[in-house]
Design a protein around this ligand. Structure first.
Ligand code: ADP
Ligand code: ADP
Length: 244
């Protein structure tokens, strides 16, 4: 069953390369189509600059797209207003490479984790605190950390909190953009295992963006390969890695 269908997605940027140069068009995402099925981990791979992040951000409408359709649960959300997208964020969450991008440095972990619940009008204040404690434990931290600030944690712990913030809403889809690329290799597998465990426990679907094929090979079911803004290959992960 399809959860997300991307059709002919395009995102062009107008960039100025120099003061006297005319604007140039960068085709960051150029006619990309793919489907992500419920419960799977779909990997979007390719070298740096090929358009993976732009695709992920466009799906969440964190940036405007040039054209294309984004079907999510039977609805084309490509032209959704900001307000409609805010509501949809309950179902589509993002995990970033640098958790600082989604963790407000001035807020405690308790505030960071309860805020999405509050914004979406879920639970009573007491229940929200309880949910925050539960999710912290699930990601391997404890109640003891509730009143700390993001900078007090290691990179791996911070990513666990970033993941907790995304998962606390029990979304359908998580778009993870290089979620382990900034971490030590020894920590990477721990975070990957956490993502796999959460997928089982919360029935999550992942769009997993990464340039690191060893990570992709481990976590994804299917893979789309991007090159210069185009999707150039679509395969089962096993198939893609079968041939030398
Ligand atoms: P990837 O995630 O695969 O590394 P990106 O989606 O970040 O690729 O970038 C795709 C292309 O779009 C690159 O050529 C990049 O330089 C360009 N690009 C990305 N973001 C912007 C932006 N905000 N303004 C102009 N060009 C951008
Ligand atoms: P603050 O706590 O500073 O208000 P927010 O949590 O509201 O920061 O995040 C700032 C922006 O990033 C918002 O537009 C928000 O929708 C977006 N954002 C933050 N975290 C996520 C996430 N996990 N998934 C999707 N969008 C996010």
């Amino acid at each position: 069953e399809p959860l997300l269908e991307i059709k002919q997605l395009k995102k062009y940027y107008d960039v100025k390369t120099g003061w006297f140069q005319p604007k140039e068009q960068v085709k960051a995402v150029d006619d990309v189509s793919f489907t992500v099925y419920k419960g799977e981990t779909f990997g979007l791979v390719g070298e740096s600059g090929c358009g993976k992040s732009t695709t992920g951000r466009a799906i969440l409408k964190l940036q405007e797209l040039t054209s294309g359709e984004i079907w999510f649960q039977g609805e084309n959300i490509a032209d959704h207003s900001y307000e409609k997208m805010r509501k949809l964020r309950r179902k589509m969450q993002m995990v970033f490479q640098d958790p600082y991008a989604s963790l407000n440095p001035k807020k405690t972990i308790l505030q960071i984790l309860t805020e999405p619940l509050r914004v979406h009008g879920l639970y009573s204040p007491e229940e929200r605190v309880q949910k925050a404690i539960e999710i912290l434990e699930i990601v391997g931290l404890s109640e003891y950390h509730l009143h700390s600030y993001p900078h007090e944690f290691s990179g791996g712990q911070r990513q666990r909190i970033g993941i907790a913030k995304a998962v606390i809403l029990q979304p359908e889809l998580i778009i993870a953009d290089e979620p382990v690329s900034a971490l030590d290799v020894s920590i990477q597998s721990q975070v990957i295992n956490l993502l796999l465990q959460l997928q089982r426990d919360f029935h999550l679907t992942y769009l997993f963006i990464s340039h690191d094929l060893s990570v992709v090979r481990h976590i994804t079911d299917r893979v789309g390969v991007m090159y210069l803004g185009k999707l150039v290959e679509l395969a089962q992960t096993e198939e893609l890695f079968a041939n030398p």
